[in-house]
Ligand binder design. Structure first.
Ligand code: CAA
Length: 240
C-alpha cells in the first residue's frame, strides 16, 4: 500500500508543489491549510488530493486533525512541515504580536505537527520528517528577526530529531529554499524584490517544483541514511 504523506500548508505556494510531486511519486497525500477555503477547494478539484483545515499553531487542533487524516487514509509515515507565514518589519518597529504570530505558526507549528505523529513512527520503525526552513534562517534577513529565528530553529529541530529517530528508522531533514516565486515573495515590495533577485547568482527566483523535487528525494525509502541534514536550494545566493 502507498505510504501516507501529510503536507502542512499544502494547498498553496511551495506546499502545493510538494503535495503534487508526492502524489505523482505514488504517495497517498493529505494537505492542510489554514484559511483559504476557496483555494483549497480548487486545489482538491484539480488534484484529487484531500485537504484538511486547521491552525498548526494550535496543538489540540493539530492532534485532532492528524487523527482524522489517519482515520481516513491510514498511518502517516511522511510529514512535511511546510506551513509558514511572514510578518516582516524592521526590529525597531516589530510588535510583540508580529513576533508571536510567526513563532507560533512557523516554529511551534513544527512541534505541533510532528509531535503527535512521532510515537506512531517509532512504533512502526519508519518515518520521514522534512521541515521547510529558509535561506533566511541560515543568513538572517533585514526585516525578518521573527521569521529568521523560526527558520534557524528548524535546523536545530531536525538535527535533534535525527539523533532521536535514527535508531527507529526515522529521518528528519530540512530544506532551505532561497527566494521562490510564490505569493509570499511577491508580497515583498517590488523595488526590494528586484534588489534581492540582483543578489542571486542564478539571476532568477526559484520555482516551487525545484523545492518539491528535494522533498521527494528526502522522503524516499532510498534516502534512509540522510538524516539531520540541510539541503540548500537558493540559486547560489548563500553558502552555509
Ligand atoms: N539591508 C540594509 N538596509 C535595508 C535593507 C537591507 N536588506 N532593506 C531595507 N533597508 C533600509 C532601506 O534602505 C531604508 O533605509 P533609508 O530609510 O535610509 O532609506 C530602510 O531600511 C527602510 O526600508 P523600507 O523603505 O523598505 O522600509 P519599510 O518599512 O517600507 O519596509 C521591510 C521594511 C518590511 C523590512 C521591507 O524592507 C521588506 O519587505 N524587506 C524584505 C524582507 C524580506 O526579504 N522578506 C522575505 C519575504 S519572502 C520569505 O520570507 C520567503 C523566504 O523564506 C525567502
Amino acid at each position: 500500500m502507498a505510504r501516507v504523506a501529510l503536507v502542512t500548508g499544502g494547498s498553496r505556494g511551495i506546499g502545493e508543489a510538494i503535495s503534487k510531486a508526492l502524489k505523482a511519486a505514488g504517495y497517498e497525500v493529505a494537505a492542510t491549510y489554514a484559511g483559504n477555503d476557496e483555494k483549497a477547494a480548487a486545489f482538491t478539484a484539480e488534484t484529487g488530493i484531500k485537504t484538511y483545515k486547521w491552525n498548526v499553531a494550535d496543538y489540540e487542533a493539530s492532534k485532532e486533525g492528524l487523527a482524522k487524516v489517519e482515520a481516513d487514509l491510514g498511518p502517516i509515515d511522511i510529514v512535511v512541515a511546510n506551513a509558514g507565514i511572514t510578518r516582516d518589519a524592521p526590529f525597531h518597529r516589530m510588535t510583540p504580536e508580529q513576533w508571536s504570530e510567526v513563532i507560533d505558526t512557523n516554529l511551534t507549528g513544527v512541534f505541533n505537527t510532528v509531535h503527535p505523529l512521532w510515537n506512531g513512527m517509532r512504533e512502526r520503525g519508519f518515518g520521514r520528517v522534512v521541515v521547510i526552513s529558509s535561506v533566511n534562517g541560515q543568513k538572517g534577513q533585514f526585516g525578518q528577526v521573527n521569521y529568521a529565528a523560526t527558520k534557524a530553529g528548524d535546523l536545530g529541530i531536525v538535527k535533534s530529531l535525527a539523533q532521536e529517530g535514527a535508531a527507529k528508522g526515522i529521518t528528519a531533514n530540512a530544506i532551505c529554499p532561497g527566494y521562490i516565486a510564490t505569493e509570499m515573495v511577491m508580497a515583498v515590495p517590488e523595488k526590494v524584490r528586484e534588489k534581492i533577485i540582483a543578489g542571486i547568482p542564478a539571476g532568477r527566483l526559484g520555482e516551487p517544483e525545484e523545492i518539491a523535487r528535494c522533498v521527494t528525494f528526502l522522503v524516499s525509502d532510498d534516502a534512509g541514511f540522510i538524516n539531520g541534514s540541510t539541503i540548500s536550494a537558493n540559486g547560489a545566493q548563500f553558502f552555509s
